[in-house]
Design a protein around this ligand. Structure first.
Ligand SMILES: [Zn+2]
Length: 149
């Protein structure tokens, strides 16, 4: 699918989340920004975090956390943008496997989430993740309860 004007604004929002200078004492932090728009039209942003201790998360994860903490749970569209500190160039990147699963599990229509995968194209999540792992949990609620605490 081609990008709409709203999709292009979402890419600009993801760029705003990026921290161009490498933060001191943090690894792989700040160079990927993400933005999502909800079914209500609100935009939430996030930035990737990576610590030398091994703790880290993607920008999409942070954006979803912000959305949920504001009482929403339906992602209409999402994008992640990587800033190359060496060249100063921005690149729209598709979500990693973990984020695809996370998006699939959110809300009632997770599989229909519009995912912007390049500067010119978006696809529904179901095309990026045709066989979601989380579907097992939806069919067998509580199947993995023990591992989730
Ligand atoms: Zn990810």
């Amino acid at each position: 699918m081609k990008l709409t004007a709203q999709d292009k604004r979402l890419i600009a929002e993801a760029k705003r989340a990026i921290f161009k200078a490498s933060p001191v004492r943090l690894a792989n932090t700040g160079d990927v920004g993400a933005a999502l728009v909800t079914s209500k039209g609100r935009v939430y942003r996030g930035v990737c975090l990576g610590f030398y201790s091994g703790i880290g998360s993607c920008g999409e994860y942070q954006a979803v956390g912000s959305m949920i903490s504001n009482g929403e749970k339906e992602v209409k569209a999402i994008v992640a943008v990587w800033y190359d500190r060496k060249t100063g160039r921005y690149t729209v990147i598709p979500p990693c496997g973990k984020c695809r699963e996370m998006l699939w599990e959110i809300g009632k229509k997770g599989r229909d989430t519009e995912v912007i995968i390049s500067a010119t194209q978006k696809v529904p999540l179901r095309e990026l993740l045709p066989h979601p792992w989380g579907k097992i949990l939806a069919v067998q609620p509580g199947a993995f309860r023990g591992s989730r605490g």
